[in-house]
Design a protein around this ligand. Structure first.
Ligand code: NAD
Length: 335
């Protein structure tokens, strides 16, 4: 099978994971990754066999460091059918003209605005609408997690409104620049936070507000989700709906914190401790007079990775059926 050629622009927290997940598939392949500096991540990318590209002005630094960069980012983009832009939030926007000039399809991440691509993606919610598209934004870790739970409950029971409190990790584990810290920070102080309303970029019919707090942890986010639903139901009904979704995982067996979820991921041999699923505590699922409550934990570094793979498959029209793509992606990465 001829594989679709994918470039990963920005090989950081999300980019390195997306690259590995692409390589695990049989219908798409990485033709290059970009690094701005010749650091340890660039050295590992080279060891893993990825062709590295860099900004023209930095090629000399790579040569000096003994890490081969085989061309410029523009040259990498020219060779690709599709670019997954994993540069830091706000940077991706400036790459749009490069992608347009090369005539390649592009995916941006949740750090960019909806208007940049004009279409925000979640595989379980709107895969079919992404078929053949040139520009797509894969929504953020928090929005992905919320879409995955709101959409099936809305389909089965009808959702009147959603209120979410997000307790957010302050920085990713490798981000020494943002620490050390010792505070709880309402972020933003002005309410609602953007996180809940961003769900409307995928599910415009959902009424949703949110508040977010940053805390001194790097491991995961935790959401307290509250939904007012239209249909009388029990906690068991909600559990059955959520349990039918392949990217939702019920945590149990004494796991009472994000620390233990990460240890669980290590113990089951997940690459980089990744938990691609929403991690929901089933005992927390409570329904009282059509009000549903539960806790879910979100591994911010990895939850969007399988969504990027499905977005690629839809945009390249390699599979027209959402469920089949989701299953194929899951199987290939070991989810
Ligand atoms: P990151 O800082 O870990 O990685 C970004 C990479 O891009 C770095 O390797 C950096 O060197 C490189 N880079 C910077 N400027 C570049 C440029 N001009 N051209 C090419 N490469 C450049 O960032 P991240 O956490 O992986 O975030 C990437 C995107 O994913 C953002 O939109 C972010 O909002 C989104 N996202 C992040 C998380 C998370 O928790 N880390 C979760 C979901 C979505």
């Amino acid at each position: 099978m001829v594989k679709a050629k994918i470039a990963v622009n920005g090989y950081g927290t999300i980019g390195k994971r997306v690259a590995d997940a692409i390589q695990a598939q049989d219908d798409i392949e990485v033709i290059g990754v970009s690094k701005t500096r010749p650091n340890y991540e660039a050295a590992i990318a080279h060891q893993l066999g990825y062709d590295i590209y860099a900004p023209a002005a930095n090629l000399g630094a790579f040569e000096k460091a003994g890490i081969p960069a085989i061309g410029t980012i523009e040259e990498m983009v020219e060779k690709a059918d599709l670019v997954v832009d994993c540069t830091p939030g706000g940077v991706g926007e400036s790459n749009k003209s490069v992608y347009e000039k090369a005539g390649v399809k592009a995916i941006w991440q949740g750090g960019e605005s909806h208007s940049l691509a004009g279409f925000s993606f979640n595989a379980a919610c709107n895969y079919e609408q992404a078929l053949g598209r040139d520009l797509v934004r894969v929504v953020s870790c928090n929005t992905t997690a919320l879409c995955r739970v709101i959409s099936p409950i809305d389909k089965e029971l009808g959702v009147k409104n959603v209120r979410v409190v997000l307790v957010r990790r302050a920085a990713d584990p490798n981000d020494a620049k943002k620490g050390p810290i010792n505070a709880i920070v309402p972020d933003p102080i002005k309410l609602p936070s953007h996180h809940g309303p961003d769900v409307k970029s995928v599910l415009p019919q959902i009424n949703i507000t949110s508040a977010a707090l940053k805390i001194p942890t790097t491991l995961m986010h935790v959401h307290t989700v509250n939904m007012e639903i239209n249909t009388d139901c029990t906690a068991e009904d909600v559990k059955n709906i959520l349990d039918s979704q392949s990217r939702i995982f019920f945590v149990g067996q004494g796991i009472s914190s994000t620390a233990e979820i990460m240890e669980f991921a290590r113990d089951i041999g997940r690459p980089r401790n990744d938990m691609w699923e929403n991690c929901i505590w089933p005992e927390s699922i409570t329904v009282h007079e059509k009000e549903l409550y539960f806790f879910q934990a979100v591994h911010q570094e990895s939850i969007v990775v399988p969504e990027n793979i499905d977005a690629i498959r839809a945009m390249m029209e390699l599979e027209s059926d959402a469920a089949k793509s989701i299953e194929k992606t899951n199987k290939a990465i070991g989810l």
